[in-house]
Design a protein around this ligand. Structure first.
Ligand SMILES: Cc1ncc(COP(=O)(O)O)c(C=O)c1O
Length: 487
C-alpha cells in the first residue's frame, strides 16, 4: 500500500501531524482503499515511509483504535476493524429548525402562576422561602457521600420502593409523632418529591371532573391550578382574621356533595392567618358528617415564633378524614425535592400506586441521608437555629415597616411562617410600585399571584426569611424610596 502517496500531510496546517495521519487513514478505510481486515504496517515502518517520528504514528494509531477504525489483535498487530464506526459527515450539514408545534393536536395546559424571580443581582421579597445560606449542606452532603460509598448501601443505588425509604419514613413517623402529635407509623407515610407532588397525587386519586373542591377565596395558587387541572369545580369560601369561614363550608355541604377541602391552617396562604381552634374542630366534624376529604397543607409548620405551635388538624382526626402534607423543601431548601404525605394506610397505598406511574421512586440515597439527619439530631439542631434566625428577621422586617412605612401599608405580624401579608393603601398602584422597586434593585410581586377569586386586594407577600438584617434594611429603604412619588 503506497501510504506515502495516499496520506496527505501538510506541515503548514494547525492540525497536528498525528491527526492528519489518522484522518488520512480513516478516509482511505472509508473509501475502501484500505479494506476491512487489512493489517496495518508497524509504527516504525510507517514512520519511515512517511518520514515522521514513530511517536506520531503511535498517536495516530491510538486515535484510530479509540474511534473504532482499527482493532488491535494480541501478538498479530493492528487491523482494519470488521465493523466500522458511524461515519461523521465530512462537511457540517445545516440542521432543519426544530418545529415549535407538533404535527398532532393536544389540549393546551395553562401555565401555572409561578413566582419567577429575577436573575438580576437584586434583593428579593419572595413568597416566603427559606434562606438557602442556612441549609446544613455540609452535613447533608457528607451523609450522602458516606451512604453512596458504603458497600452495604448498594441497594440504594438500585430500584427501590415507590413509597420511599423505610428509614426515612420511620424517622419521620417518630418526628411527626413528637412534634405534631400524629399517631402514625411508617405505613401512613408516602415520601414524595415535595408538597406539590403530594397535592397533585391527592387530586389525581380523589377528583373526577365536576367534583366540588372547597378552597379559601384567597388560596395557594399552585393548589388551585392543580384542582382545576383535574376538573375540580372550585367553591371559594371567605377567609377572615381566623382563617376559613367554616359556616360557609357548612352551607355549601348542605347544598351539594363536596369531595375535597384544601386548607393551610397553620398560616393560611397567602394571608398568614391561623385557623382558630373551634373552626378546626368544626371542619373535622363537617368532614366526617358530609364525607369530604381535608387536604391539610402544613407547608410552614416548622416555623412558629409564639410559644408552642397549634397542632395540625390531622392530630385530632380520629375518623380518617385528613390527608396531611409537608415538605423538607421549606425546612431545608426549596431545591431539595423531598416531601411527604400522611394518611390512613389504605389511601397511602392508592396514592403510592399512582406515584409509581408518574415517578418510579425518589432519590433513595438522599432519603437515606435525610433519615440520618433526623436520627443524629442534625435536623432538629438546624430547625432550632433557623427558627431563631427567622424570628429575628420577622421582628426586624415588622419594625422597619412600622417605622418607615407607617401609613402606606398595613399588616398583622405573623405568628410564624416566612412572609408578611402586606396590604397597601388603596391609592398605591402595586403594579407600578413593583416595577419601580425592580428598577431600584428590589423584586416584590405585584400581588397578581394572590388574586385568584379576590381581585384588587392591593396586597402581596413579603418573604423575610431569606434576607439577613442588612438586606432587610436595604429592601425596606428601597421600598420606601420607590413609594415616594407614587402616592
Ligand atoms: C402553601 C404551599 N404549599 C406547597 C408548596 C410547595 O412546596 P414544595 O416545594 O414542597 O413542592 C408551597 C411552596 O411555596 C406553598 O407555599
Amino acid at each position: 500500500m503506497p501510504y506515502q502517496t495516499i496520506i496527505p500531510l501538510d506541515r503548514a496546517l494547525d492540525q497536528p501531524l498525528y491527526q492528519q495521519v489518522a484522518t488520512g487513514l480513516a478516509a482511505e478505510i472509508r473509501r475502501g482503499i484500505i479494506a476491512v481486515g487489512t493489517r496495518l504496517p508497524g509504527s516504525r515502518v510507517l514512520a519511515e515511509r512517511l518520514g515522521l517520528n514513530r511517536q506520531t504514528i503511535i498517536a495516530a494509531y491510538d486515535e484510530l483504535v479509540a474511534q473504532g477504525w482499527l482493532e488491535s489483535r494480541p501478538r498479530q498487530g493492528l487491523f482494519v476493524a470488521p465493523r466500522l464506526p458511524q461515519q461523521v459527515p465530512a462537511a457540517p450539514v445545516a440542521l432543519p429548525a426544530y418545529p415549535v408545534h407538533p404535527a398532532f393536536a393536544f389540549e393546551p395546559v395553562p401555565t401555572v402562576a409561578t413566582q419567577v424571580l429575577p436573575a438580576l443581582p437584586v434583593l428579593v421579597f419572595n413568597d416566603g422561602f427559606p434562606d438557602v445560606r442556612l441549609a446544613p449542606l455540609d452535613v447533608l452532603t457528607r451523609a450522602y457521600r458516606a451512604i453512596a460509598r458504603r458497600p452495604s448501601s448498594r441497594q440504594y443505588l438500585r430500584y427501590g420502593s415507590p413509597q420511599g425509604s423505610a428509614h426515612l419514613r420511620e424517622a419521620l413517623a417518630a418526628d411527626l409523632r413528637d412534634t405534631r402529635g400524629l399517631a402514625i407509623t411508617a405505613e401512613n407515610i408516602l415520601i414524595t418529591r415535595g408538597s406539590q407532588q403530594s397535592i397533585f397525587l391527592t387530586a389525581h386519586v380523589l377528583l373526577r371532573p365536576g367534583d366540588a373542591v372547597i378552597v379559601g377565596e384567597t388560596n395557594y395558587f399552585a393548589a388551585t391550578a392543580t384542582f382545576q387541572h383535574h376538573g375540580g369545580r372550585l367553591l371559594a369560601v371567605p377567609v377572615d382574621a381566623h382563617g376559613l369561614d367554616v359556616d360557609a363550608v357548612e352551607r355549601l355541604c348542605q347544598q351539594q356533595p363536596v369531595r375535597l377541602l384544601y386548607v393551610t391552617p397553620h398560616h393560611h396562604h397567602p394571608t398568614t392567618v391561623t385557623l382558630r381552634a373551634d373552626r378546626r374542630l368544626k371542619l373535622l366534624r363537617l368532614a366526617a358528617e358530609y364525607g369530604f376529604a381535608i387536604l391539610e397543607d402544613d407547608y410552614d409548620f416548622d416555623f412558629h415564633y409564639t410559644g408552642s405551635p397549634i397542632l395540625p388538624l390531622a392530630s385530632a382526626d380520629t375518623a380518617g378524614s385528613v390527608i396531611y402534607v409537608g415538605s423538607l423543601g421549606k425546612t431545608l431548601m426549596p431545591a431539595l425535592r423531598v416531601g411527604y404525605l400522611v394518611a390512613p394506610s389504605a389511601l397511602v397505598q392508592a396514592v403510592t400506586n399512582v406515584r409509581r406511574l408518574i415517578d418510579r421512586q425518589g432519590d433513595q440515597v438522599l432519603e437515606e441521608a435525610l433519615a440520618e439527619l433526623y436520627q443524629s439530631g442534625e435536623m432538629s439542631r438546624h430547625l432550632r437555629r433557623a427558627q431563631r434566625v427567622y424570628e429575628g428577621r420577622r421582628d426586624r422586617l415588622c419594625t422597619l415597616l412600622r417605622e418607615q412605612l407607617p401609613t402606606a401599608l398595613h399588616f398583622e405580624q405573623p405568628s410564624g411562617g416566612m412572609a408578611v401579608w402586606a396590604r397597601f393603601a388603596s391609592e398605591i398602584n402595586l403594579n407600578a410600585l413593583s416595577q419601580k422597586c425592580l428598577r431600584n434593585g428590589l423584586y416584590l410581586n405585584d400581588g397578581s399571584l394572590y388574586e385568584w377569586q379576590k381581585p384588587n386586594q392591593n396586597a402581596t407577600r413579603l418573604g423575610f426569611a431569606s434576607l439577613n438584617d442588612t438586606e432587610l434594611h436595604e429592601a425596606v429603604a428601597i421600598l420606601a424610596h420607590s413609594l415616594q412619588s407614587l402616592w
